[in-house]
Design a protein around this ligand. Sequence first.
Ligand code: C2E
Ligand code: MG
Ligand code: MG
Ligand code: MG
Length: 285
Amino acid sequence: VAGKNRYCIFDAAQDSSIRDHHESLERIRLALESGEFVLYYQPKVNMHSGKVIGAEALIRWQHPDKGLLAPATFLPVIENHPLAVKMGEWVTDTAMHQMELWQAAGLVLPVSVNIGARQLQQGDFVERLQVILAKHPQVHPSCLELEVLETSALSDMGQVSQVIDDCAKMGVKFALDDFGTGYSSLTYLKRLHVGMLKIDQSFVRDMLEDPEDLAILEGVIGLAAAFKREVIAEGVETVAHGTALLQLGCQLAQGYGIARPMPADKMPAWVATWQPHVAWGAGHK
Ligand code: C2E
Ligand code: MG
Ligand code: MG
Ligand code: MG
């Protein structure tokens, strides 16, 4: 009897968690339809030359009751759900539209968007991307970069490699995000013809104290050079991190030490006034 009771309790709990999940999904669907999601933009710079090379679009949920929510609070809910594809297309379309607006105001700034591995493996990914690009003819496709996330979830490397090559023919650029954290990053590096490696911030965070993280950074920067790919460090929180990265030969960076993600309307003034730190060398305007 006790066993039977336990079974009933377990069953009820599971049932309510499935119902909660369903409700969260529906809430996110509604939010997407009613325009509650916004993109923030974080600058990417060349610390040496002082040039702003682009910005990464990062999704936020402007929740009517809960305020501004970070992606970690809602992206896991839609993982493996078709809604993730819909949201991804909204992000790409919105980023293209934003480039159009900036361009009209005299700012040509490439934008990168994050693409989940599953989205990339949708059979009609290339065609659907073409449709979005065609909606924004004023923006050159080479201004769009796709940052491929969770590469460990890439199951069909041949297919993804083909998708990347097809998009590259259209002019679209690619980066491998969080590089170094996937368990077979080196295979991805060899098989996927992406122009940029983004070193995961977990290696950058402790680089000044942890010789092993420093060694990983040296290794990744060396690999990028050997494979003729560009390399950017994310999570550059302080001037000292930037200085150390420059010494290792990594000039491209993104992080709180340069700028936090900001609303789109703040970007033109930021780009116009940003100056690299004096310790970072040549690039003073
Ligand atoms: P990510 O693509 O690796 O983006 C970098 C994350 O690090 C962002 O967090 C950014 O705000 C944060 N960050 C930037 N500089 C620093 C720094 O100096 N220190 C620290 N501690 N953090 C820094 P955010 O915006 O919360 O996004 C988290 C993750 O959510 C992203 O990681 C990406 O995987 C995912 N994500 C964000 N936007 C989208 C999107 O539009 N679509 C998809 N599929 N995923 C997204
Ligand atoms: Mg990213
Ligand atoms: Mg990243
Ligand atoms: Mg990351």
